[in-house]
Structure formats: C-alpha cells, structure tokens
Design a protein around this ligand. Sequence first.
Ligand SMILES: Cc1cc2nc3c(=O)[nH]c(=O)nc-3n(C[C@H](O)[C@H](O)[C@H](O)COP(=O)(O)O)c2cc1C
Length: 192
Amino acid sequence: MSAIKKRIMVGVSGASGAPLAVACLKELKQFHDWEAHLILGEGAAETIEHETEYTVDQFTKLADHVYPLHQLGASPASGSFETAGMVIVPCSMKTLAGIHSGYGDNLLLRAADVTIKEQRKLVLVARETPLSPIHLRNMSELSMIPGVTIMPPVLTFYQQPKSIDDVIHHLVAKILGRFGLEVGGFKRWEQP
Ligand SMILES: Cc1cc2nc3c(=O)[nH]c(=O)nc-3n(C[C@H](O)[C@H](O)[C@H](O)COP(=O)(O)O)c2cc1C
C-alpha cells in the first residue's frame, strides 16, 4: 500500500441509490490520507443519470482512480493490490448474487471476490424491496463470512432528519464508519 494513502475500493452497481454513492465519494474526499478507487457496474450509468444531477463523467471525477468494468487485468483484480477493503453502494441483487456465488466475470465482482479471499472488509449496501427468499439467502450466507457487512440503506429517524440529505449523511457515516472513518456531524444515539 502507498506509504501515505490508504485505498478503499468503491463499487457502484445499478440498484436505486446512486445519491448514496455520490455522498460516499464526496465524503471520502474529506479524508486526505485515503484514495477512492471506483468501479461502476453494468447498471450504474443509468441510475447515476436518472437519480442524480451528475453525468457519468462528472460522477467518475469524484474518485481518485476509475477502472473499466471489463478490464479484468486491472490492479483490483489481484489480492496483491492492497486496500483497506471495499464498499458496494448501492449493491444490486444481481451483483449480490454474483458475489455470493464467487462469479467474478467483471471487475466489480472480481474485486469483491478478492476482498473476501484476502479477508478484508466488504460492505454491501444491498438495495431492493421487497426482498425475495433468494435475496435473503444470499445476504444471510454472505453475512457469515468474516469481514462482510450487509448494510441495506435503511432509514433511521432517531437523529430527527429534516431532509433527504440528512438521511443520506447518516447512512454514509454508518457505511464509512465500518472502515474506521469518523464522518463529521454524525449523530449517535444518546438517551435523552
Ligand atoms: C432506475 C433503476 C433502478 C433499479 N433499482 C434496482 C434496485 O433497487 N435493486 C436491484 O437489485 N436492481 C435494481 N435495478 C436493476 C439493475 O440495474 C439490474 O439488475 C442490473 O443488471 C444490475 O447490474 P449491476 O449490478 O452490474 O450494476 C434498477 C434498474 C433501474 C434502471
């Protein structure tokens, strides 16, 4: 790993929730000793353009490095490329299924597979509703692997959000918190 910067892999797949990915990448920019290494899944371009104010080109500029999905020879395809782990935000049920079965036919799936085999942190912001028995089985079995966290983007109200941005900020703080990153303004629960 770079002597100065820690790397975090950020996967973005085509589930609803592209604004969460924007917020994660923007927040990561606050941590100057970290680098965001981005891979977009097959469906990500459509959700980014539909759900955010960013074009795909503008979106990719939020990351420090971007890898083509089908470049299976890129660095994150190898465990020798050191990272602190990977977050997939949002994570589609298709990508979840690919990770569950170890089917690494694109760089997003391969990088997740590498993260698991190297026993690094893998946070899957798995998004679908309602959830089928197949989705739930995949999440349940993946959750038993050391280092894997299944973190659906579930709403929280105890911090008394006033806007969607407040809700997103809380979720992003919880996601990045898994990597030891303390996001400013995160309201932890304290009994009144
Ligand atoms: C607007 C939009 C929203 C979608 N939302 C979801 C979703 O919430 N969860 C999901 O699993 N798939 C969702 N999909 C379908 C995925 O994009 C599709 O399964 C795609 O093949 C996923 O590929 P990827 O994981 O490689 O990005 C959505 C598609 C579109 C166009």
